[in-house]
Design a protein around this ligand. Structure first.
Ligand code: G6P
Length: 609
């Protein structure tokens, strides 16, 4: 998936597009490009391999100027990240295109176009769109008609923006199951993959529906439906955080975001706890009448959000006594699902734009007999928040680091509140005690963060490690999974996670002095069993690094290092226990000198299947 930004104005759009691209790098950053129509209506472009800053440097050497333009930051799906594969793609030097998503039938279309003399110079699935537009333009269509004819032939989930030499006052765009938002200005208009990309130029947005054709000039925005009927659309005002992309004195966004977690937790709790700090209330977001009917939950998510869902499954069954299943969206969307009576569909997504999660949500809404759908999401303006019946916003603020940290802990916190809201309706849940722990949580997170030097020192042990094992039990298991994910994402060390009881069914064969084991040890009824598993590791020569609840008073020896975690109510322990593992992954990556905020091959928001 990729980031798109386009502008039509009365000033030079070059810097607007570059600023937009910088805010879209979370969608991909392996190559970038920009194309403008200059004052003589000639198409000009610069494309570079690497991040947007490389493109920016190149533009300093060869500046571009024009009042209409399109730009792109890429996450390669078809063809390597090279300059030739970077967008915008041209055809006959008269039409230019940027594209996000996947064109599934591009090979067939390529073949068809070859018969008309069009030869692709790149390995992308995008270039054929430029050629198809040129083909229809040559047949007498205008650019809008050419886009309408082309999208009828294209299969897949994608978004495009096109411009044409002979039509220097219009941008034409189309989206199908892929995000695009229109930014409305005064005598200028914009379009991008998301709203923050346009935060420097406007705070007024239109969210077009799927399969609409969008026609932008500097004075107007026209949106046409599938039947070419002009439709009315609502403008939404949105105020952005003051400086969503500043590092605030930290070396990396990820570091800043880890250290923001006491504050983001407070934000998540705001307005959800009564003034006397005894009760929780989310009834303004999801009514008690719905919660009272819930007899089963299906949780569906991807990546880190999936790990949050795994924790919630343990919680919902233990505290609310509600049978709950958890599944990754890419599996859920393609299999046949059985939906018991009164099942609440819960989807979790930091971005609200993950392609598989959106498709799974649509499937749940269209094909299944769910009681209702609820999204736990960090982005209020996202597709998933607009699609789901109910939403709980996690309020982590903008997260820039690709490896999710504060988005994860605020997801957990929100899910803990949801669990408690269900639990108190269904049985004798001790709400007051839970709220007391909630209130203490930001301070306890702060206490964990204060151990940063100790964790940094520990992390030097892993600078040259090739592989690591993460163990946990019960809610400690998804936390171990998330800790392993953080480490592999940013340090590129192979890491895998097991529920500790599974150790003897295979992974024990891997243990020797070269494989460190990280253990998430909470204060709960199975702690002794987990500690016995760690003894099994040590007796086979493995070193163990235990992140343990302080109440256990564990002691160190030559094979055992301990980091103590403050005591907290059992339900909230997973939120506290992930923090040191985030720090560990971060410091290991610092020592290995990797690209922490933008690790290789990854992207923050995955808008392709
Ligand atoms: C990408 C991100 C992860 C995220 C996952 C799901 O892989 O790098 O951090 O957990 O997508 O994204 P979502 O926005 O749906 O939570």
């Amino acid at each position: 998936m990729c980031g798109i930004v386009a502008a039509i104005t009365n000033r030079n759009v070059s810097s607007i597009l570059i600023e937009g691209l910088k805010r879209l790098e979370y969608r991909g950053y392996d190559s970038a490009g920009i194309a403008l129509l200059d004052d003589n209506n000639k198409l000009i472009r610069v494309r570079t391999k690497g991040k947007v800053e490389v493109l920016e440097q190149e533009l300093k050497k060869q500046p571009l100027s024009g009042k209409i333009g399109i730009a792109h930051t890429r996450w390669a799906t078809h063809g390597k990240p090279t300059t030739i594969n970077a967008h915008p793609h041209f055809s006959s030097d008269r039409v230019a295109i940027v594209h996000n998503g996947i064109i599934e039938n591009y090979k067939d279309l390529q073949q068809e176009l070859k018969e008309h003399g069009y030869i692709c110079t790149s390995q992308t699935d995008t270039e054929i769109v430029a050629h198809m537009l040129d083909f229809f333009l040559k047949q007498g269509s205008d650019l809008k008609q050419a886009v309408q004819k082309s999208v009828k032939k294209i299969k897949g989930a994608y978004a495009i923006v096109a411009m044409e030499q002979n039509n220097p006052h219009q941008l034409i765009a189309f989206k199908k199951a892929s995000p695009l938002v229109i930014g409305v200005g005064i005598d200028e208009n914009f379009i991008a993959s998301d709203a923050p990309a346009l935060s420097i130029v406007t705070n007024r947005f239109i969210y077009p529906a799927d399969e609409n054709i969008i026609v932008l000039d500097d004075k107007s925005v026209q949106i046409y439906d599938k039947n070419d009927k002009l439709i009315k659309s609502k403008i939404v005002d949105y105020t952005f955080d003051s400086d969503p992309i500043g590092k605030g004195g930290f070396s990396h966004y990820m570091e800043k975001e880890i250290f923001e977690q006491p504050a983001t937790s407070e934000q998540t709790l705001e307005g959800r706890i009564s003034h006397d700090k005894t009760t929780i209330d989310i009834s303004n977001k999801i009514p008690d009448e719905i919660l009272k009917q819930v007899e089963c939950c299906h949780i569906v998510a991807c990546g880190t959000s999936y790990h949050a869902g795994m924790v919630a499954k343990y919680w919902l069954e233990q505290y609310a006594k509600i049978p709950t299943s958890i599944e990754v969206a890419s599996e859920y969307r393609y299999r046949s699902n059985i939906v018991p009576k009164n099942t609440l569909y819960i989807t979790i997504s930091q971005s609200g734009e993950t392609a598989d999660s959106i498709a799974a949500l649509k499937k749940a809404q269209n094909e299944s007999n769910y009681l209702s759908t609820l999204v736990v999401c960090n982005v209020e303006q996202s597709t998933m928040v607009r699609e789901a019946k109910y939403n709980l916003i996690t309020r982590a603020g903008v997260e820039v680091g690709v490896a999710s940290t504060k988005a994860f802990t605020t997801q957990l916190l929100t899910l803990s509140i949801l669990t408690a809201s269900l639990a108190k309706l269904n049985n004798d849940f001790n709400e007051k005690e839970f709220v007391e722990s909630l209130v203490q949580l930001p301070l306890k997170i702060q206490q964990v963060l204060e151990q940063k030097e100790q964790i940094n020192k520990l992390s030097t042990n892993f600078k040259h490690t090739n592989s690591m094992l993460f163990l946990g039990r019960l809610t400690g298991y998804p936390i171990a999974l998330e800790g392993a994910l953080k480490l592999k994402e940013i340090s590129y060390i192979h890491a895998e996670s097991y529920p500790a009881g599974e150790l003897k069914h295979g992974p024990l064969a891997l243990i020797d002095e070269s494989l460190p084991t990280i253990a998430v040890v909470m204060f709960e009824k199975n702690t002794d069993k987990l500690l016995s598993n760690l003894e099994e590791v040590k007796s086979r020569g493995g070193d163990v690094y235990i992140f343990a609840d302080e109440r256990l008073k564990l002691t160190e020896d030559t094979q055992t290092k301990i980091i103590n975690i403050p005591a907290i109510d059992n339900m909230l322990a997973p939120i506290l226990h992930i923090i040191p593992l985030q720090l560990l992954a971060y410091y290991v990556a610092v020592h290995r000198g990797t690209d922490i905020d933008q690790p290789r091959n990854l992207a923050k928001s995955v808008t392709v299947e």
